[in-house]
Design a protein around this ligand. Structure first.
Ligand code: 5GP
Length: 127
């Protein structure tokens, strides 16, 4: 596996404070903020502060501290955003797009957390 990270991507600029964001949660290694073009009533993006391109890059190369922080932050967000079925809420979907086939627009690893409505099938069936 070999990834090169483009530090001019929009989320890198958000992390450097060059572009504003609507922060929901910030931890030592993780930032979560509202998507600028929400696809559901709740649409939050969770990103590591480190320079990782996509899920497998992060999962393979991030430190255990970064990975634990990221996963625990995502759980806290599900709670804060009142999405967790375990707390009697309606549920949610996490999505992480990677590369061309995944139609990833921003090359900084991010998890979409979507909720607040029924989200339909996981992947649309081909026409
Ligand atoms: P991807 O297609 O890479 O999985 O998703 C990128 C997401 O980033 C899209 O949902 C898009 O709306 C969101 N996005 C792109 N630019 C910005 C921005 O400047 N601010 C915020 N908050 N979200 C953005």
């Amino acid at each position: 596996m070999s990834y090169s990270y483009d530090d001019q991507n929009i989320f890198a600029k958000i992390l450097r404070g060059e572009i504003p964001n609507d922060t929901v949660l910030e931890t030592e290694h993780t930032l979560a903020f509202r998507d600028i073009q929400p696809q559901a009533p709740v649409h939050v993006l969770v990103i590591p502060k480190g320079a990782y391109v996509c899920h497998d890059h992060f999962a393979a190369e991030a430190s255990e501290a970064e990975i634990i922080d990221f996963i625990r932050a995502s759980a806290k967000l599900c709670d804060m955003l009142e999405l967790s079925p375990g707390a009697g809420h309606d549920g949610y979907r996490t999505i992480s797009n990677a590369g061309e086939a995944g139609i990833q627009d921003v090359p900084h690893y991010h998890l979409h957390i979507l909720g607040g409505r029924s989200l339909g099938r996981m992947v649309p069936k081909p026409e």
